[in-house]
Design a binder for this molecule. Structure first.
Ligand SMILES: Nc1ncnc2c1ncn2CCCCCNC(=O)c1cc(-c2ccc(F)cc2)cc(O)c1O
Ligand SMILES: [Mg+2]
Length: 215
C-alpha cells in the first residue's frame, strides 16, 4: 500500500537530516512541508515563538498533548535543560511510530517519553504512572475540542499549579473557541495571544500562552 504522509515525511528526514542533529531534522521537515506536502506540524514561524518561550521558561517537567510526527517534540526537547522530563501523548499508533523514529533521528530519545493513548485516559494516571507532581509547561496540539476538557482535568489532578504555563497551538485555525474563552475570562489565568500564521501558509493562526495564577 502507498506510504502515508507521515511515512513520506520520515523518508524526507532520513534522506536529508544528519543523525543526532535536531536542527537538521527540523529543517528537513520544514522543507518537506513547504515544498513537497503540507503537514500539521507547528512549523517554523510558530516554532520560533515556541522556542523562545521554552528558553525563557527553562521547564523541568513538560507535557505535550498530540505528538503527530514529533516535530514540536524535537523543537522542545532540544532546548530542555539536562534532567528535564518530557512526556508526549499521541493517540494514533501510526503517528506515534513515525514520531519515535523522528525523535530517534534527532538523538533525543533519552529526553522524551512518548506514550500512546488518548489524553483523557492518560491524564489521571500520569502522577502515579510517571511519578510526576506537576508540569511547568503543557503544549496543547491535539484534538481542538479536547483542549478545554483536558485543561480542566489537569487542574483537577493537581498537575497544573501556580506558575504552570499552558501553550496552545491553533487557537485561531482550526480554532479552539471554548478553550480561548475559558483561559481569557478566568481570574486564575494570565493569558496572552502570540499572533502568527498557520504552519507553512499565510492564513492567520497563533499560540495562546496562559500562566496559571493558582486557585
Ligand atoms: N493524546 C491524544 N489525545 C487525544 N487526541 C489526540 C491525542 N494525540 C493526537 N490526538 C488527535 C489529534 C490529531 C491532530 C490534532 N491536530 C490538528 O488537528 C491540527 C490541524 C491543523 C489544520 C489546520 C488547517 C487545516 F485546513 C487542516 C488542519 C493544524 C494544526 O496545527 C493541528 O495541530
Ligand atoms: Mg497544531
Amino acid at each position: 500500500t502507498r506510504k502515508s504522509r507521515p511515512q513520506r515525511l520520515l523518508k524526507a528526514v532520513e534522506g536529508k537530516a544528519t543523525l543526532g542533529d535536531p536542527q537538521s531534522v527540523i529543517t528537513a521537515i520544514d522543507h518537506f512541508c513547504r515544498h513537497k506536502e503540507w503537514a500539521m506540524n507547528v512549523g517554523d514561524e510558530k516554532g520560533s515563538i515556541l522556542d523562545s518561550l521554552v528558553i525563557e521558561l527553562s521547564p523541568v517537567n513538560v507535557l505535550e498533548l498530540g505528538t503527530y510526527c514529533g516535530y514540536s517534540t524535537v523543537r522542545i526537547a532540544r532546548l530542555l535543560p539536562p534532567g528535564a522530563r518530557f512526556i508526549t501523548l499521541e493517540f494514533n499508533p501510526d503517528y506515534a511510530a513515525v514520531a519515535r523514529q523522528v525523535i530517534g533521528w534527532a538523538g533525543l530519545e533519552d529526553k522524551v517519553q512518548l506514550v500512546e493513548g488518548a489524553s483523557g485516559d492518560w491524564i489521571p494516571r500520569l502522577r502515579e504512572h510517571f511519578g510526576v507532581q506537576m508540569f511547568d509547561l503543557v503544549f496543547l496540539d491535539h484534538w481542538k475540542d479536547q483542549y478545554l476538557p483536558d485543561t480542566k482535568q489537569l487542574e483537577e489532578c493537581g498537575l497544573i499549579q501556580k506558575g504552570t504555563v499552558l501553550l496552545a497551538d491553533n487557537v485561531i485555525c482550526p480554532g479552539t473557541p471554548d478553550y480561548l474563552k475559558y483561559v481569557r475570562n478566568s481570574p486564575h489565568y494570565d493569558s496572552r495571544y502570540y499572533r502568527s500564521h498557520l504552519e507553512y501558509t499565510k492564513v492567520e493562526d497563533g499560540l495562546e500562552k496562559s500562566v496559571f495564577l493558582g486557585f
